[in-house]
Design a binder for this molecule. Structure first.
Ligand code: HPA
Length: 253
């Protein structure tokens, strides 16, 4: 089954029928993880709200271990992580999307592995290519289909380096310059450790990143939450249409 982890701006997926809720116990917290089941043309998906039902959990406090574990327990074998990001690459004008192919992890203090206990042998998983290529290509194809249907013609960048920052604050201009020199195209706060935990449980994982602002210092002025909300508002339908297109063409029902 396909799982979708929705972040800022994706608390509902329009056009899917509700098919109930699961509250999944995990070894990582006392509270159960809420996963909504949604259905489209007979195909079920599992939808998890990364920041909680009321959008109150900040990026550094998300229980990534519990979230990925819960999806795995429900039989999810592919995850699309939807992320709001800030753009460094000048092609990625806010409102555009990207399906990155690399990550640099700048986070700290997050529980980033399931292999924490003393094991018979230490496990080092391969993470050369952090995203599942088949799922990445399916997302790009679904984005093209949605562009044609909506005649929006949004740029959907194939590839790019996602720099994962700690948050919840946005970056300083100097930090963004450093991330730019490192080769980052876009910055978000939640792809790590989500991507690596999925890899450890052998779940295919890919990111759909929606640019909602220019990263700090890449334009005159400051980043305003109002401007971000406007971009999110104008892009929500495109993202949900894309997810429907993905399920229509690639869903295993
Ligand atoms: N930086 C990091 N994360 C973000 C940004 C940003 O500018 N915008 C949305 N998420």
């Amino acid at each position: 089954m396909l799982g979708v982890i929705g972040g800022t701006g994706l608390s509902q997926i329009k056009g899917f029928e509700p098919a109930g809720y699961n509250h999944v116990a995990t070894p990582f917290c006392e509270t159960k993880i809420e996963v909504e089941l949604l259905q489209h043309r007979g195909c079920k998906i599992a939808f998890l709200r990364r920041h909680g039902g009321k959008h109150t959990i900040p990026p550094h406090k998300v229980n990534y271990q519990a979230n990925i574990w819960a999806l795995h327990k429900l039989g999810v074998d592919k995850i699309v992580g939807v992320n709001a990001v800030g753009s460094i690459n000048e092609k990625l004008v806010p409102g555009c999307l990207a399906v990155p192919d690399q990550i640099i992890d700048y986070t700290h203090g997050r529980a980033a592995t399931y292999f924490e206990e003393t094991l018979k042998t230490v496990v080092h998983i391969d993470f050369t290519r952090p995203f599942a290529e088949t799922l990445r290509l399916a997302l790009l194809d679904s984005a093209n289909i949605t562009n044609v249907k909506s005649s929006d013609n949004r740029l959907v960048m194939n590839g790019g380096v996602y720099g994962c920052t700690q948050g919840p604050r946005l970056e300083t201009a100097a930090e963004v310059n450093k991330y730019k020199r490192d080769g980052c195209d876009l910055l978000g706060m939640t792809a790590m450790p989500e991507a690596v935990l999925a890899r450890e449980l052998q779940i295919d994982y890919a990111l759909l990143a929606l640019s909602v602002n220019w990263a700090a210092g890449q334009f005159e002025g400051e980043i305003s939450m109002d401007d971000i909300s406007k971009v999110v508002g104008n892009s929500k339908d495109f993202v949900t249409d894309l997810l429907r297109a993905l399920v229509e063409k690639y869903g295993e029902c």
